[in-house]
Design a protein around this ligand. Sequence first.
Ligand code: UD1
Ligand code: CA
Length: 456
Amino acid sequence: MTKRYAVILAAGKGTRMKSKLYKVLHPVMGRPMVQHVIKQLQQGPLNEIVTVVGFGAEKVAEVVGDDSQLVIQEEQLGTGHAVRQAEAMLKDEEGTTIVVCGDTPLISGETYKNLFEYHEAQGAKATVLTAEATNPTGYGRVIRNDAHEVTRIVEQKDASAEEQLVKEINTGTYCFDNKALFKALSEVSNDNAQGEYYLPDVIEILRREGEKVSAFLTPDFSETLGVNDRVALSEAETLMKRRINEYHMRNGVTIIDPEHTYIEPDVEIGQDAVIHPGSILTGQTKIGAEAIVGPHSEVHNCEIGSHSTVKQSVVEDSKIGKRVAIGPYAHIRPESAIADDIKIGNFVEIKKSAIGHGSKVSHLSYIGDTEMGTDVNVGCGTITVNYDGKHKFLTKIEDDVFIGCNSNLVAPVTVGEGAYVAAGSTITEDVPNEALSIARARQTNKDGYASRLKKD
Ligand code: UD1
Ligand code: CA
């Protein structure tokens, strides 16, 4: 099989983004654009990926990791100049090189595959991926002759009024015969409106030399959207969001209002789960079958077991078991482990705590740095007092404990198995198994005192 290489152009400053952040690192559905490009390219066989980067290169290096080699383009003199930076690495290779822009995050692995196959079947020296745009403004236009062959690509700023009417655009993605590419690139000049070395000029150069050049028209323009400013960024976000949501819906997930449901690409969702409006599922999240999330819940890097519900709540970096009811208005903070058949109710905050099977923390509590056993009942307003201003301490609540309402458990402290804590207690010492602990002032009633005060 022909060897395949990829060059990703990612050195442009992205001036139109008006951002401190390097353009190709702007996330679309939580994933940097350049990473989308790499992931889609990796769906097919590739011998090597080379990414051309400019200033901010260290940050790109962090994102691409081992997936791609990096070459630096010191000065951004144009897309043709950018590809030349990969010359030392690639020029002697036999094979096909795909060139992709780092700012076209929506092109799918399927489209790349189709382009490679079309190019190789045509035996062309260059094949440009094109699309029909309703509004082609800003894109390079594909110019064809009377025989409908591609003769060249003209940039918006260099195009005549007539050329500007052309709707077929250059998507910025091409397949080249590797050696022909680098040979033609050495002939590209910067004699144009922007004073840049344009990669698309290679098409005209190859044609002039009598080489075969072709175009592959992809039916879906929306895939080829190039993100140059924040307006396009939000369009990309919308398109990617729809694509992900449709994938889940076809997979058996009910999404009540897909336009208002944000699911990042790595999220997995089980069959018959229902996602209500306003939900945001991010990072490495896994939602179990028949779970219900939302309305208005945020779940980040969590595993949520089957048949659990998360209503109007925020759940982060935690593991939630099966048949757990969370919310409304609960916050599960990182490193919490909630077992099965548990209720975490209204206005409850759980931090770095393990909650055992069958336990209930139903209302208005803070549980932090706590190890809680099974079938514990935590009364309304209970607080684990885990912080003395300098250090954090652990609270241990063993199996079958009943904590009365409005209690403080001042850590470090252990409430032994089966014990009761009376409502309103401030527990500062360990409570033995099966004991009843009352830690509050005894009530005194002064008969008739109120009437006397009123008379005075
Ligand atoms: C480019 C194409 C245009 C096409 C469009 C598709 C050129 C001259 N024009 O225009 O025909 O319709 O993409 O989206 O190629 N880059 C570098 N180094 C540079 C310049 C750019 O690495 O010196 C990178 C950018 O980071 C970006 C990509 O190349 O990822 C494209 O550059 P950009 O300036 O966005 O080109 P467009 O004007 O969109
Ligand atoms: Ca662009």
